[in-house]
Design a protein around this ligand. Sequence first.
Ligand SMILES: Nc1nc2c(c(=O)[nH]1)N[C@H]1C(S)=C(S)[C@@H](COP(=O)(O)O)O[C@H]1N2
Ligand SMILES: [Mo]
Length: 433
Amino acid sequence: MSEQKPGNRPRTDRPGTSRRAFLRGGSTLAVGALAGAATVPAHAAQPDPAITEIQEWNQYLGDGVDAFPYGAPSSFEKHVIRRNVPWLTADATASVNFTPLHELDGIITPNGLCFERHHAGIALVDPAQHRLMINGLVETPLVFTMADLQRFPRENHVYFLECAANTGMEWRGAQLNGCQFTHGMVHNVMYTGVPLRTLLQEAGVKTSGKWLLAEGADASAMTRSIPMEKALDDCLVAFKMNGEALRPEQGYPVRLVVPGWEGNMWVKWLRRLEVGDQPWHHREETSKYTDLLESGKARRFTWTMDVKSVITNPSPQAPITTGPGPTVLTGLAWSGLGTVTRVDVSVDGGRNWRPARLDGPSLSKSLHRFYYDFNWDGSELLLQSRAMDEFGNVQPTKEALRQARGENSIYHNNGIQTWYVQENGVTENVEVS
Ligand SMILES: Nc1nc2c(c(=O)[nH]1)N[C@H]1C(S)=C(S)[C@@H](COP(=O)(O)O)O[C@H]1N2
Ligand SMILES: [Mo]
């Protein structure tokens, strides 16, 4: 294994897995690829049919204002869609699809591109028939209609939702070729909703009430236990995303928002909140949403999503196609604890780091956008990003994660991702070791 020279093509180095490792060693990687951004060369004016010919859209009237009562993206953007990996799950109703992170910019995920994860398909709920009940250890059990919920003072907040299994396939080695598949179980929208605290206060939580059971109205009747402290802190009962009604796949007409915590607690199609004095035993919590350690013991109650980042461009689905010269590298960073204060980028597999430029709003428990504008000299790159949050937590290497938690884990993989950019711009998912 150690004979492999730096600069070799990544390869499958483990029988039985498709792990691809990229060995770091010598110094053929161009650190010189780092010169500051140059000015983008404008094309010298030449006869160009795009200019000299009259295009179709220049000759005929377009569609009228009645053509698209609910708009859709340009037909030239057809490839920008959620995608699933059929072999990951047995059927599409208990499954997941992925946000096309490499096609997006800024920090907001458009509603139609938010990844979906459900255990029993998308429930189609009639809002007029939907009820939210609060019962258990409360002074007054309550039932709210959707109209009732809209009468409470509401708030707007941008939060990321990340499934605990995001990047889970990558624990044992580089696996899926694209950030959509390695990191696409995350989305970030602005929610409008009523603070959960307001509704709980309305019902009057008894002093013995320490836990909340949140239940969904879908066929899986998914339930999750949430500690009262979190419920009273920043959770929302949300009915809007990015200004419009929740999409059916995101829990229409109402879902729980549990900022910074793993996605499975964000119960969709929320119909019941039961206050109790201890956590409930969920069918899935011990089997699916618990981290198995090497020792065979499990980490339970690992709810916060740790500081994490990924370069979205270039990446395997978004290679460099423009050749050497000014290149915009960009990506996303987030922390379930608060804001991201710093992202560093390496082009040589983690030996040298330079600060990236954070741009756009820096909101707590939200995605952050970073850029690294550089002048690519056309040599091979091993791209990595490393995020730090406002509490000084730094994103770990995959190796450090494996040392801490072994190789059996799936959940909470916030390790540093590496992309290998070849001289022709083609980009692959690899690991440096
Ligand atoms: N009622 C209900 N809520 C649910 C689920 C579900 O299957 N049913 N899946 C959970 C999981 S595992 C995740 S990661 C998030 C995904 O939210 P999204 O579909 O909006 O991306 O919803 C959570 N809430
Ligand atoms: Mo999840």
